[in-house]
Design a protein around this ligand. Structure first.
Ligand code: HEC
Ligand code: HEC
Length: 369
């Protein structure tokens, strides 16, 4: 199992960046933040059990580093998921081994998308996913399920064309609300550590009964390749990352843009604050799933999150995390707004009806978040 020597320059950087905000964050779990920072920044090797034998990268930091370690990733760091949707006719089927497509594999190996072992079906549908920023996720973890479900509108009772449903997940026989991932497929921050270790790095973590860990992978390195306390350290590190700081511009157009953000309807989904365990969390999201896609859209489907349904992404720090949307197909903020169809088509039309200078003000506001 991997062990660290105590001295590492990253410790200092994390201490400085997180210092002030740490005190304000909810105290979750028992992990050691400094050790978690080292693990997040660590380049793993085959001797540590990296890859199963497939993987997407050799460290967490590799994909989460804009504008600081723990941040977002650029377009070339996208990961890919695949499955079969019967040429678009449906239903969507997971192929053996799951949706994750591995970027890095031994040259002589065929990819699962090419010849999915034991599957009567070929892969015929692919979806890209952008690495989001992880800043402030400890606060998102502290938002309770009832706070999230309070904003659901599954029958569009208020007839604004916008629905919004929480992601319901069955974990250990009970129901939990999803908070993390583009389809809100993961309920807790600590669960994402297990999920990312398995799917991005091909590293095994102990089975804690919640179903997100890969407990063994048969690569010859003793399982689990990371200990329960190392998983807790990583979760503590993620939980300690301070939320992005507001720009704080005093330009009157920023305040004007903020008012327009609400009046055109962006704030229906991108709710400015949700209440967390230690106070309001200014994330600009309702953490609910919405369908912004045309009815012809083909993509990954999961129980409780059909193709085209994605979680409203938080907008804090958005100026620093281009490109945008789940697959990164929007290069800038104006492009992201232009891609709001489906449930958000009416709101997009409201935005497009604004004068050019009002649109500029709304963008200035987004850039200040
Ligand atoms: C190959 C690139 C890559 C690597 C390596 C990677 N991630 Fe990610 N990460 C992503 C992508 C892409 C997503 C969005 C996935 C999705 O929702 O389908 C993501 C999402 C997340 C989220 C949820 C963010 C949110 O806003 O909901 C967390 C937490 C996270 N990663 C932690 C980690 C940790 C911890 C590691 C190391 C064990 C790691 N990631 C390694 C690409 C990566
Ligand atoms: C019906 C709910 C809804 C409304 C209304 C809405 N959005 Fe969104 N927004 C979403 C969802 C869902 C996504 C993610 C879609 C995807 O990834 O395919 C998103 C994505 C974004 C993104 C990209 C975020 C990222 O990290 O990639 C930006 C920026 C954004 N919205 C801004 C706005 C603005 C500005 C408005 C108002 C003009 C608005 N949204 C209205 C639900 C909404």
């Amino acid at each position: 199992m991997l062990e660290f020597t105590p001295v590492h320059k990253h410790l200092l950087a994390v201490g400085l960046a997180a210092g002030a905000a740490l005190l304000l964050l909810p105290q979750g779990g028992s992990g050691n933040v400094a050790n978690g920072a080292l693990l997040f920044d660590h380049d793993f090797h085959a001797a540590d059990g990296l890859g199963t034998p497939e993987m997407n990268a050799d460290s967490c930091r590799a994909c989460h580093q804009d504008p600081v370690v723990g941040g977002a990733g650029s377009i070339e760091l996208n990961v890919t998921r695949f499955g079969n949707d019967n040429g678009g006719a449906g239903p969507f089927t997971n192929l053996p081994g799951g949706q994750g497509l591995s970027k890095l594999r031994i040259m002589t190996m065929h990819g699962r998308e090419e010849y999915p072992t034991g599957s009567p079906l070929p892969a015929d549908i692919f979806e890209q996913r952008q690495p989001p920023s992880l800043l402030g996720l400890g606060l998102v973890d502290s938002i309770s399920g009832p706070v999230i479900t309070a904003n659901e509108d599954p029958t569009d009772a208020n007839q604004d064309g916008i629905f919004g449903v929480a992601r319901r997940l069955t974990v250990n026989g009970g129901q939990e609300i999803g908070r993390f991932g583009w389809k809100a497929q993961i309920p807790r921050l600590a669960d994402f550590v297990d999920d990312a270790m398995a799917n991005e790095l091909g590293l095994t973590t102990p089975d804690n009964g919640r179903g997100f860990a890969l407990p063994s992978d048969g690569d010859g390195v003793a399982d689990p390749e990371l200990s329960a306390s190392q998983v807790a350290d990583l979760a503590a590190y993620l939980g300690s990352l301070p939320p992005p700081e507001r720009g704080g511009s005093t330009d009157p157009r920023v305040a004007q843009g903020e008012a327009l953000f609400t009046s055109v309807g962006c704030a229906v989904c991108h709710i400015p604050t949700l209440m967390g365990s230690t106070g309001p969390v200014p994330l600009y999201s309702n953490l609910l799933l919405h369908d912004l896609m045309p009815s012809t859209y083909r993509g990954m489907a999961e129980p409780g999150a059909a193709a085209g349904y994605f979680r409203t992404p938080p907008l804090w720090g958005i100026a620093h995390t281009a490109p945008y949307m789940h697959d990164g197909r929007a290069e800038d903020l104006r492009g992201a707004i232009a891609m709001h169809g489906g449930e958000a088509a009416g709101v997009r039309a409201n935005y497009q009806a604004l004068t050019a200078s009002d649109q500029d003000a709304l963008i200035l506001f987004l850039e200040d978040l």
